[in-house]
Design a protein around this ligand. Structure first.
Ligand SMILES: NC(=O)c1ccc[n+]([C@@H]2O[C@H](COP(=O)([O-])OP(=O)(O)OC[C@H]3O[C@@H](n4cnc5c(N)ncnc54)[C@H](O)[C@@H]3O)[C@@H](O)[C@H]2O)c1
Ligand SMILES: O=C(O)C(=O)C[C@@H](O)[C@H](O)[C@H](O)COP(=O)(O)O
Ligand SMILES: [Zn+2]
Length: 367
């Protein structure tokens, strides 16, 4: 599948390749006719232990010079300090504008590597090898790169596309159940915002997904990629409708920050999606059955339905600093129906507080 986003600075066109091993990686890279002398593979400490040597060996077999940059795993590394460390490494290795970064890992690695690629020497090429479900269904596509700043999510970044997205689906075999569930948070979001058929198909295949049935997971990833491609090709730099991909993220990002990144991104998105569905239900867009089904799907896919230790007023405060705030108004993503998300800037503080109460574990525990 090829993503075509012509008017993004950098490279707007790239192939997304799904394979079950790394065996086709070099062939795909050769197709790009890159003029690089050097490759730097960026990976977090956990992914490095499992996959770094394999990918390095594949590149080195072609006589390429390969260096590696490994950072401590986790969201707490997604910051400007790690970006600076990448620059220092690249300068030390004399990387020039023809040389290549390779993001090997999950969304954190992709966001960091993409941003380093967008900014080092005003932009060098990068290749993405996503290894988490979340990265394969969402973050490796669409060119959003960046880092957190003062723990505010993705506050600094750039739209910058890779030259190639190479998915080796067998890497999911080593993913923990919690990280697999994290990816499911974005999968459920994707169906809800853009494809009711995918949403229903996902529910109907809950058992096979839980078992990580190869065929089913492969189809799941392809379908999510199709939807994301469709959205980002229409609005590559989020001037309008791309914001629907942010379903669940207004409250989700606030929870992520307020919980000091103890919850995964996908868990927070899943909680935020319940809140968005609650507001959509109160407004009469979703039926009571639809709302409760959305909430209960979190349970079905090992995602939370409550969070504790958060002052609801802090949700309001943090979400006022959301990137989607325009002219002081929060832009919220609501569900007009299953599979049809809309941007709405009329959601009030009261609606948000009421929705949060639905997932507020402190309140629910006290009952
Ligand atoms: N750019 C985008 O469009 C976009 C979209 C969605 C999310 N994101 C960002 O992505 C990040 C979340 O991504 P994530 O959930 O992949 O987190 P992550 O990159 O931190 O990976 C999660 C964990 O899984 C481990 N891991 C990765 N691949 C593995 C494998 N194959 N086997 C075993 N362990 C493996 C990692 O070491 C890490 O501990 C957040 O920062 C979020 O903001 C970005
Ligand atoms: O690609 C997009 O656009 C998305 O919104 C996908 C989200 O899942 C992702 O978490 C993204 O990083 C959020 O973007 P942000 O601009 O709200 O930080
Ligand atoms: Zn997300």
């Amino acid at each position: 599948m090829t993503v075509q986003t012509n008017h993004i600075k950098g490279n707007g066109r790239y192939d997304i390749v799904w394979e079950d091993s790394f065996s086709e990686l070099m062939g795909q890279i050769k197709k790009l006719h890159l003029k690089a002398d050097k490759y730097c593979i960026v990976a977090d400490s956990k992914v490095a232990r499992v996959y770094l040597d394999k990918v390095k060996e594949i590149l080195e077999k072609e006589g390429l010079y390969v260096t590696t940059f490994v950072f401590p795993e986790g969201e707490s590394s997604k910051n400007l300090q790690t970006i600076q460390n990448i620059y220092t490494h690249l300068i030390g290795e004399h990387f020039d504008r023809k040389d290549i970064l390779v993001a090997l890992g999950g969304g954190v690695t992709g966001d960091l590597t993409g941003y380093a690629a967008a900014t080092y020497l005003r932009g060098i090429d990068f290749i993405s090898i996503p290894t988490t479900l979340l990265a394969q269904v969402d973050s490796s596509i669409g060119g959003k790169t960046g880092v957190d700043f003062e723990q505010y999510k993705n506050m600094v970044g750039a739209f910058y596309n890779p030259r190639l997205v190479y998915m080796n689906l067998s890497t999911l075999n080593t993913l923990s159940n919690r990280q697999f569930a994290c990816g499911m948070g974005e999968v459920l979001k994707t169906g809800l915002l853009g494809d009711d058929d995918l949403y229903i198909w996902t529910i109907n295949h809950m058992y096979e997904i839980e078992e990580r049935d190869h065929e089913v997971v492969q189809e799941l990833i392809r379908r999510c990629c199709e939807i994301k491609k469709h959205v980002v090709e229409q609005d590559p730099e989020e001037e309008g409708m791309r914001a629907v991909l942010n379903l669940g993220h207004t409250i989700g990002h606030a929870i992520e920050k307020l919980k000091d990144f103890d919850l995964t991104h996908g868990e927070c998105v899943a909680l935020g999606t319940v809140c968005a569905a609650e507001i959509s239900h109160k407004r009469g867009y979703l039926s009571t059955e639809e709302f409760y089904e959305i909430r209960d799907m979190n349970v079905g896919f090992n995602l939370p339905i409550t969070v504790d230790g958060i002052n609801p007023n802090d949700i309001l405060e943090v979400s006022r600093k959301d990137k989607k705030v325009e002219h002081g108004l929060r832009r919220f993503i609501l569900l007009k129906s299953i599979g049809n998300a809309v941007i709405d800037d009329t959601v009030t503080d009261e609606e948000m507080l009421e929705a949060f109460e639905f997932i507020n574990g402190d309140r629910i525990d006290a009952e």
